[in-house]
Ligand binder design. Sequence first.
Ligand code: HEM
Length: 454
Amino acid sequence: YSNQGDPSCDLPLPKGSMGLPFVGETLAFATQGADFSRIRHELYGDVYKTHILGRPTVRVRGAANVRKILHGENTLVTTVWPHSIREVLGIQNLAMNSGDEHRFRKRIVMKAFNHDAMEEYLESTQTVIRDTVARWCGQRQPVLVYPATREMTFQSATASLVGVRSGGEEAQRVTELFQNMVDNLFSLPIKIPFGGLAKALQYRQSIDEWLEGHIKIKQQDIDNGDVGTDALSRMMLAAHDVGHHLSSQEIQDTAVELLFAGHETTSSAATSLIMHLALQPQVVQKVQEELEKHGLLQPDQPLSLEQVGRLTYVGQVVKEVLRLSPPIGGGFRRALKTFELDGFQIPEGWTVTYSIRDTHKSTDTVSSPERFDPDRWAADSDGGRRGRHDYIPFGGGPRACVGKEFAKLTMKLLCVELVRACRWELADGKVPAMTTIPVPRPVNGLPVRFTPCE
Ligand code: HEM
């Protein structure tokens, strides 16, 4: 046993229940949603043990504990993914790799998300959002916001990441392929004929064929010294510049990973933004005042990155949406060796999950954590002075989200375009019931009535 003699092996295991033989607490985990973890943290503290999805598991919340997990990547823990996800998303990407391989790939991918890239993506993102908001405002019937934002974020992602013109036939076709792939992946991911996994793999194959065409053209452009401005071209050039030739499979796996990681998360966040603001007219009023102050209230006005950056209140609204309704509830890791955490023993081989949602909602982090209050992030308020790991919607450490600036930009643009163009209210008039699988969203899809301003 590799950890013999290690003092952490003498520590007690975290408190908690391993549930029934074989199934553990998987059923409760699958049915209780966010309550599963909340209840157990209340009972057992910041670190508890359970048995879910066939594995002994430790769930962790709180800045210091989360920090140890996030920065213990490659030494204490490593990433784990279910087999079905690996099969559909592929393995030549960021999430499925670790150590030096992961570091190398990440350096290349990050080139597609630097400041220069954001300047470039802003225009196409703003166009997609503005057109979408105009459509919503022109509709007499309530709009089902979750599916509508799902389509919007995917169209803006394919425009910025692959360079596909939004709103066209190609964008429409790929949106459908991708959504079918994801829906099947989350339905019944076992490989039986006509089962979810088999269908998801078929859709993945069609997406690969579509990507291959784009990759060939981008490669020719790079060879001719005429590089595109989309994320894939930027990545391919970054690899070329360090003398590494990315294979077609590597580019396809990375493209699918970026679309997958960015799509459901951003649409969950966009839906939450619309929901929270529908319930908080005073926040909409303050956004309007900020836009007025900066002379940006006019619909159709293009925005620069610098102008968006100056909208501090809009930034606080987005930050608060991601605190109260984080699209990813937490991350999964596997313990590489037995180690100490918060005075407990975390045994080698156990699954370790760090909780974003419960860390954000812990009262040690913020006062009245259930209240939506963008003012808590004002420079002179306590939110702005909290530690870095109290607020972790995008994770942290070596596996921090690569698309976080793009996601925040999308949310800020959505907030601005909505407040400029319309007012909106929940069609049902009441706070909807939520589900958290695969991402937090209202069960009813959030029907919303939009009314144009004047
Ligand atoms: C990783 C959140 C949008 C690409 C992560 C992680 C979180 C996260 C928490 C770390 C997971 C872990 O520790 O296991 C979010 C949220 C988003 C968002 C809340 C939207 C509001 C995006 C977008 C993209 C993206 C738009 C790409 C265009 C990725 C990738 C990783 C990642 C590739 C894996 C990084 C690695 O393994 O090194 N994201 N994300 N995400 N995200 Fe995001």
